[in-house]
Design a protein around this ligand. Structure first.
Ligand code: HEC
Ligand code: HEC
Ligand SMILES: [Ca+2]
Ligand SMILES: [Ca+2]
Length: 477
């Protein structure tokens, strides 16, 4: 035990050096904390989004590896001789978590050569007062009566996949003040070959990329009081930026809590987010979402007639409480790679441009986690994710008609910006925003509307050297 402690202390000490000396907007030198506090790692290769937090001890690393094995586990249809891994589907989007969260990184909107997807399509319909009140309270939205809350593109033998998706793009030219021309693309989703009858005529869809997995345990431990402090729902300080906490239902505590995870902050905790992914994306029943049939609806009788993978060893479910705890430990402790700004004066200038353009009004640079005796590696860490975890009205351009708890169609959660510059190295592409429409960081910025419009306009009108510095700063994160 003593050895472990020593080891823990020395890694903290080493990580303490990974501090990026940045210069703040008022020209004074201010050191921002390391991206992930003492969890920060220095790797920049394709493993950079799947390392254990740097300050985990030896024994804790073993727990991390156990969780990683579940994240990478390839589930098989039931029945199978390996009862710990069976129960896939019947309807599903993938066979493992890591199939979408490739190397802990970001998905893209297109099917790859093997017809695998790293994104998913959420489904909802307009709720009806009275009829849907309880569903809205617990799930935050109402799924399609036939197809449920998510479209599954795959099914086990004997059941039909729900449908196919095609994404077409329309082009939208933009000219910057200095004459630079760019074309943005906007996705239009077509759902074809529906296998279980007609969709609701007012079906609402929301295409979502798998987000990167780094630093999630730190985000989970930003105190609720801090989020309250940052929120300004009525824009009382009149800076044009409001920001609201999504209030979502916690299935375990059976109470409403701030949403933190997902592109519309629809999930309150990693435990619930993971359980929801297991159930809807893979079709695995678990303590929080016990149905072995995942997102199958009562009208999908062929799906409900398949065998399930419930076993006694798994508490009568397809995935046991122990499995969920280990998975939660893993998703909480993935390290954040260090920002690479120290020796890059252009990136340092870019950080000033970032603040001057108002980006940090939503992409809040720094937070401190609450005290947590259960997860000491994540306790009281100063870290720099560049998010406020709040919902913002981002305008019509980015809007879908899909609501989640209090998040409206135009509202999105500010995503963290850490790790942004490593996207290509880890996932081989540069697709940003919730549906991957942006093919570069500049395109992502140019889509900002609504509360983000003023920032976007500053970027359109800035000198090219400033814009280059801004992009270099984002690349260094
Ligand atoms: C079909 C692709 C896919 C699979 C498979 C998948 N995910 Fe995800 N994951 C996503 C998408 C898309 C989101 C964003 C969801 C949203 O916006 O609500 C997400 C979000 C998350 C988040 C929240 C990240 C954040 O920044 O808010 C966590 C944690 C997560 N997934 C864990 C898992 C786990 C654990 C598994 C396996 C049980 C899994 N995922 C399987 C696509 C997938
Ligand atoms: C009003 C709040 C707000 C402001 C101001 C703002 N952003 Fe954002 N930003 C968001 C939200 C919300 C999203 C997610 C939108 C989506 O996915 O549809 C986002 C997405 C991004 C992304 C893509 C991230 C990803 O993971 O795909 C980048 C890059 C980005 N912003 C950079 C900037 C920069 C640079 C500025 C300043 C010029 C800025 N933002 C100003 C709220 C804001
Ligand atoms: Ca199942
Ligand atoms: Ca479905």
């Amino acid at each position: 035990m003593k050895r472990l402690r020593l080891c823990y202390a020395s890694t903290v000490f080493v990580a303490g050096f990974i501090v990026s000396a940045a210069v703040s907007a008022d020209g004074q030198s201010a050191a921002s904390p390391a991206a992930g506090g003492a969890t920060t790692v220095t790797q920049t290769n394709e493993t950079a989004f799947s390392r254990p937090a740097a300050n985990l001890g030896l024994e804790e690393r073993m727990d991390f590896l156990l969780g990683e094995a579940i994240f990478q586990k390839i589930w098989v249809p039931a029945p199978a001789s390996t009862t710990a891994s069976d129960g896939l589907g019947p309807l599903h989007n993938a066979r493992s978590c890591s199939q979408c969260h490739v190397q802990g990184g970001r998905g893209h909107p297109d099917m790859d050569a093997n017809h695998q997807v790293t994104a998913l399509l959420r489904l909802s319909i307009a709720p009806q007062k009275g009829r849907d009140d309880l569903t809205l309270k617990h799930q935050g939205r109402v799924g399609d009566p036939h197809y449920g809350g998510q479209l599954q593109l795959f099914a086990v033998a004997g059941a039909q996949p729900e449908a196919k998706i095609r994404v077409r793009y329309s082009e939208h030219p933009v000219t910057l003040a200095d004459g630079t021309e760019l074309t943005l693309r906007k996705p239009h989703i077509q759902v074809t070959e529906p296998a279980y009858g007609d969709f609701d005529p007012d079906l609402r869809t929301s295409l979502r990329l798998a987000p990167p997995m780094i630093g999630l345990g730190l985000l989970e431990r930003i105190p609720e009081s801090r989020l309250e402090e940052l929120a300004d729902p009525d824009d009382l300080d009149r800076d044009g930026i409001s920001g609201r906490i999504n209030r979502v239902y916690d299935q375990t505590l059976q109470q409403v809590r701030p949403g933190r995870f997902g592109w519309k902050a629809g999930q309150p905790s990693l435990a619930q987010q993971n359980a929801n992914a297991l159930n809807s994306d893979l079709g695995i029943g678990n303590p929080i979402y016990p149905s072995a049939y995942g997102d199958c609806t009562a009208r999908q009788t062929a799906c409900l007639a398949r065998l399930n993978g419930n076993t006694e060893q798994q508490d009568g479910l397809e995935a046991s409480a122990t499995m969920m705890r280990v998975l939660e430990y893993y998703t909480a402790h993935i390290a954040v790679p260090a920002a690479r700004i120290q020796h890059d004066p252009i990136a340092q200038r870019g950080e000033r441009v970032f603040r001057a353009a108002g980006c940090s009004a939503c992409h809040t640079p720094t937070h401190k986690t609450r005290r947590d005796n259960d997860y000491p590696a994540l306790s009281e860490q100063m870290f720099s994710p560049y998010t406020d975890l709040l919902l913002h009205d981002m305008g019509d351009g980015l809007a879908d008609r899909h609501t989640e708890f209090e998040a409206m169609g135009r509202e999105w959660r500010t995503p963290p910006l850490w790790g942004l510059g490593l996207t290509k190295r880890i996932n081989g592409h540069y697709n940003f925003l919730h549906d991957g429409r942006a093919r570069s960081l500049l395109e992502a910025i140019l889509w900002h509307g609504g509360e983000g419009q003023a920032s976007r306009d500053r970027v359109i009108n800035m000198k090219q050297t400033d814009r280059t510095a801004l992009l270099r700063f984002l690349e260094s994160l």
